[in-house]
Design a protein around this ligand. Structure first.
Ligand SMILES: [Zn+2]
Length: 332
């Protein structure tokens, strides 16, 4: 008996199923490569301080959000007046938009949205709800009322600037240079870069004691997944919460400013809180001290940063909203 030749129809069906199988396997390869690439990039970003590496893998959630520009017209064209807005959208809907689109200025730089500050805003308002919810708008309205604002539940420019003013007021205004008697030298193991020279490992004594108490509490919180020694200290291999920078003398600060002339007034201040040796830059993820929005978006989502926002106050540390890594010992 002769084998029956494939009919046209059978042949086409066979070809189509072969094609489908090939496409499916190709898709798998592409997905796996994507995962591998992301993981590789993640590792690179974790272990280097190169800003470009950190940027390469950062989530693209905000990639479509326009980058802040100096062109005010592009911003105002799409901004409706508050009246027009309130007639169209609920406060929750408006907050969902303003979170990424509100144009404002800080430190001489135009800023876009307030999504980077949601953990701090939630803490201030006493809510853990997302900005696109009615609960968030209600919590904001309560806060606005108690601060003599129109209680509309909308996080607009006036409300945002007032919130920032509250945060900034909590920080120490005293930038007196620490005296040698106030300083102690912390061991290399407390530092993000253990090779940091001795003269750059100085911390004000009370600040250091408070830092050690805070880190011990974080290390004992299993939900953070930090690498811990038998004594409950942060392991040498752990980068999170290690000190990047503490005491900086005015001469050293000048040197840093010359190296980064574009850091702006929100960045390397002439009159730095680091002079007091009570300000600590702590590793909270990503590129250690880059104010790039995508880097800060990553940092402000890490478990360690969220833990600090909720707990640092108990140990006397106050945040600087613009720099997720910068914490000041300012017991209240
Ligand atoms: Zn700092």
């Amino acid at each position: 008996m002769k084998a029956r030749p494939l009919s046209h129809l059978n042949f086409i069906t066979l070809m189509l199923s072969l094609l489908a199988a090939t496409m499916a396997s190709l898709a798998c390869v592409a997905r796996d490569e994507g995962v591998a690439k992301n993981e590789a990039q993640l590792n690179v970003a974790r272990t280097t301080s190169n800003a470009n590496d950190a940027k390469a893998f950062l989530p693209d959630a905000n990639a479509n959000a326009p980058i802040a520009t100096t062109n005010a017209n592009s911003a105002t064209n799409e901004t409706l007046s508050p009246l027009e807005n309130s007639a169209m959208n609920s406060p929750a809907q408006q907050n969902a938009r303003l979170k990424t689109e509100l144009v404002w200025t800080f430190g001489g730089k135009q800023q876009r949205g307030w999504y980077l500050y949601v953990p701090l805003i939630n803490q201030l308002l006493g809510t853990d709800k997302n900005p696109d919810t009615k609960e968030f708008a209600d919590a904001l309205a309560r806060w606005q009322r108690s601060n003599n604002f129109t209680a509309n539940g909308i996080l607009d420019t006036d409300t945002l600037l007032h919130i920032i003013n509250v945060w900034q007021t909590r920080r120490s205004k005293d930038h007196t240079i620490a005296t040698p008697e106030q300083l102690m030298t912390a061991p290399p193991s407390d530092f993000y870069a253990p090779s940091r020279p001795e003269e750059l490992r100085q911390v004000e004594s009370q600040t250091y004691a408070a830092y050690k108490r805070m880190v011990a509490a974080a290390a004992s919180d299993r939900s953070l997944g930090l690498a811990v020694t038998r004594n409950g200290e942060l392991a040498a291999s752990e980068q999170y919460l290690k000190i990047i920078s503490a005491f900086r003398s005015p001469a050293y600060q000048d040197q840093l400013r010359q190296q980064s002339p574009n850091s702006g007034t929100a960045g390397l201040a002439k009159n730095s809180p680091h002079f007091t040796a009570r300000a600590l830059d702590l590793y909270v993820g990503g590129d250690p001290v880059s104010t790039d929005d995508r880097n800060r978006a990553l940092q402000t989502q890490t478990k360690v940063y969220l833990w600090l926002v909720k707990n640092a106050d108990k140990f006397g540390f106050t945040p600087y909203f613009y720099e997720p890594w910068h914490w000041e010992y300012q017991p209240r």
